[in-house]
Design a protein around this ligand. Structure first.
Ligand SMILES: C[S@@+](CC[C@H](N)C(=O)[O-])C[C@H]1O[C@@H](n2cnc3c(N)ncnc32)[C@H](O)[C@@H]1O
Length: 241
């Protein structure tokens, strides 16, 4: 399957070019080849969480920013339909190979983004998104959250996990510096300092106290929020009103 057809779709001139914000590393074949070793999607625990929220064999799950499919493939054994969406053709080619190798026949792969994915078929029971929404600037995060609401059935759930800064502005320099100091010097054994610096500098991670009103304003109730002690990571369980 070709995932390089983005350019031929007609889009309004004002729409954010998601590929331009996809993250340099996510379009880089070398990075993608190393991604599974750098990042573990904690798929078992995440699927167990979704099951505790009602995920069952008939459920439809949409994974936005699915990457190489660690979660999408893991959840495919626990539900009826998985749609794995990503803007990066490099990620999607690997996802396609991984899904075939895992025998996950119910994973549909779609080359699109938060702002362009058009859901078809029965509404989603769950939308899942890990470490992806931060690629959008804040205005577009709210637009994306509204679009997520539209693809969910009433009462459907969004599981959102991302780099979201849970501290006050005056703490930013100290907190960000402390996080970057956890980075290694190589890029093969986890995240390097240079990659963490690039995340803060070039990507759109925002504050929890900006993101959470956006979630509510987009028509969701936040049922659960969990923050890492260093104030860098946030996880949410969110229900469509
Ligand atoms: C850090 S990876 C996370 C992948 C996977 N969700 C995980 O947890 O391992 C971020 C992913 O988001 C994708 N991405 C970036 N911008 C996106 C957008 N606007 N819409 C959908 N996916 C996007 C990237 O291509 C990449 O695959």
């Amino acid at each position: 399957m070709s995932f390089d057809d983005d350019a031929v779709r007609v889009r309004p001139g004002w729409l954010l070019q998601e590929m331009a914000h996809a993250g340099r590393e996510n379009l880089d074949t070398g990075h993608v080849a190393r991604y599974d070793a750098k990042e573990n999607a904690a798929g078992d625990a995440e699927v167990a969480l979704l099951e505790s929220l009602g995920l069952g064999r008939g459920a439809t799950v949409v994974d936005l920013g699915a990457g190489m499919g660690q979660f999408a493939i893991r959840v495919s054994g626990a539900c009826g339909r998985v749609v794995a969406v990503d803007v990066s053709p490099v990620m999607l080619r690997t996802l396609e190979a991984n899904a075939a190798a895992a025998g996950s026949g119910n994973v549909e792969i779609v080359h699109a983004g938060f702002l362009t994915y058009e859901h078809s078929g029965p509404p989603a029971d769950f939308v899942y998104s890990r470490y992806a929404l931060h690629h959008l600037p804040d205005f577009w995060k709210a637009v994306a959250l509204t679009r997520i609401r539209q693809m969910l059935r009433p009462g459907g759930m969004l599981r959102l996990w991302d780099v979201v800064y849970n501290f006050a502005p005056y703490e930013a320099v100290e907190r960000i510096e402390a996080w970057c100091a956890t980075g290694g010097t190589g890029i093969t054994d986890g995240w390097s300092r240079a990659e963490l610096e690039e995340h803060v500098r070039d990507e759109g991670s925002t504050f929890t106290w900006l993101l959470e009103p956006m979630i509510r304003e987009s028509g969701f109730e936040i049922l659960q929020s969990t923050y890492s002690d260093d104030g860098i990571f946030a996880k949410y369980v969110v229900r469509r009103n």
